[in-house]
Design a binder for this molecule. Structure first.
Ligand code: NI
Length: 252
């Protein structure tokens, strides 16, 4: 298995990162995309990836980082990427959950990262919250030149199919295991299997039966198990396909 989205550099793992990683190995989780979202976490992702070979780092600026200084921040990101090996740009995107005050900066910062991803031929890891139409319109404006993944996708099946038409992958995490997750379960069941990825978003969004607790990358197994039931396909076969999809997108 590959956990395509985790933040294991967070303080929640300070005490027991080594045992978290050995639980990954015990559970057949072989690779983890370690996703930065700010200057500080991009650096942490790099540092940890040098220490543990299970990690593949990304770098990006989350919409909550979009301030009036977004141009300077973007330039700093470009410089960082020029000096460090990364496997994806992100997470980045649009988020109206907390505020819409910086809508212009959010859009500009996201578009700049999309352009950079195209220029560097890297996939983009997209975060979209309460902003599905605006996120989609920006991605669509790049005319299929952009490739990437909709991380912890929570939108409709129809929208997922539109992203897939643009060449995107759909990644599902802990919420697909929740009893009341009608739409994510529908997406898990219906989207083309060759565009499906799995993730944890650790330490957030732990799957059932750990809902509300700290999430960790070995729990990606629970996401895989749930989707295998929904699609009526063996765990081994689904693992083989989603692992293959992840390796193809991130070139890992
Ligand atoms: Ni995340």
């Amino acid at each position: 298995m590959i956990d395509t989205h985790s933040h294991l550099f967070e303080d929640e793992f300070k005490e027991d990162l080594d045992s978290c990683i050995s639980r990954c190995k015990d559970n057949n989780v072989k690779k983890i995309i370690l996703v930065g979202f700010s200057h500080e976490t991009n650096l942490k992702a790099q540092e940890l990836s040098k220490k543990y070979d299970i990690f593949y780092p990304s770098a990006g600026l989350h919409p909550s980082e979009a301030t009036i200084n977004y141009k300077d921040d973007f330039n700093k990101l470009v410089e960082f990427i020029n000096n460090n090996k990364i496997y994806a740009i992100g997470e980045c995107g649009i988020d109206y959950h907390w505020t819409k005050d910086n809508i212009l900066e959010q859009h500009e910062l996201f578009k700049l990262q999309c352009e950079l991803a195209i220029k560097l031929d890297l996939p983009i890891i997209v975060h979209s919250r309460d902003a599905s139409l605006d996120t989609f319109n920006i991605i669509k404006s790049f005319d299929g030149k952009l490739k990437g993944v909709m991380h912890c996708y929570s939108g409709s099946l129809e929208m997922a199919m539109e992203y897939i038409k643009l060449g995107f992958y759909i990644s599902l995490g802990g919420p697909v295991t929740f009893k009341n997750a009608i739409e994510p379960k529908k997406v898990a069941k219906e989207i083309p299997i060759e565009r499906l990825l799995i993730e944890t978003d650790s330490p957030y969004l732990a799957p059932t039966p750990y809902r509300g607790k700290r999430n960790e990358s070995s729990y990606v197994k629970l996401v895989l198990e749930e989707i295998s039931k929904l699609r009526d396909i063996s765990i081994e076969e689904l693992d083989r396909i989603t692992t293959n999809n992840s390796e193809k997108l991130f070139k890992i």
